[in-house]
Design a binder for this molecule. Sequence first.
Ligand code: ZN
Length: 301
Amino acid sequence: MPQFIYNTCPICNSKSFSVIGECSLGTVNIEKPEKIQAVKCKNCHTIFANPLPVWNKEDFAELYNASYIPALDTTSTVIRERIIPQRRFREIEKHLQTKNKEFLEFGAGIQAFMAQYLFQEQHWNIELQEPSQEFAIALRKSFPQAKVNGTDFLDMNADKRYSVIYSDSVMEHVPDPIDYFQKCADMLEPGGVLYFVSPNEHSFRNWISTLKKTGRGVGINYLRPFNIPYHLVGFSRKGIKIAAAKTGLTVVKHTRRNDYEAVNFIKQQSGVLKYPVAFFLYLVDCLGFGTNQEIILRKNK
Ligand SMILES: [Zn+2]
């Protein structure tokens, strides 16, 4: 059974928040609180599940198993394997202040495309951390050259220093993100960067699906702590700055653009509305209401 943390912002510890709405309690076989809400911190604007579940090992295995894997596979191959890693690497090069090429990805999932790109095209040393056994098996198949570490991230040996720590769609799953920022800061060399990607809870897609779901009374779509994808925290600009200041990091880039939803939409849909809707999605992205946000934080020298 998870422990539950009530009424406390996981970034700034404020107890002052407004309620966005009630989340569905889902069907997963884990003991649940009476109700769970998505709330927004009045101080740092972080969105978080209230209460915040702290999963134990059995809960974690129940949530992140083979049935979760399809949720990891949503964009087209060329975008995931080439376009996104190339663009993110260009950003890393702009902000990195060290010449070493030591890369660690935590919560690497099943494919680790960024790591594959850096290994094959840029000749970086790669280490992957993945605590779910089922994901690690899939990961070893998709990237057999990689060293896969199954230790929990917060328990990893902090003696080694990395130039880049990377995490795509992980931070929103943990109830204690400050501990993760601190661990990254401890394991980065000075001038090294943490590159993390996390959903934009203020996305157009969230707004639309929340409108639809509220009408049917099955809970809002923010976070979904007890439904795939089990998100617990939605990061705000101010909250990330607070987390950085607490842990010796500096935010050097924060963007809510560069989403490929329009391109994916064109690939997946047909009919006369395909291009007008794709153009609309492109505009939504340009205005900062796309599906994801990407943040680069550098360890202070
Ligand atoms: Zn807060």
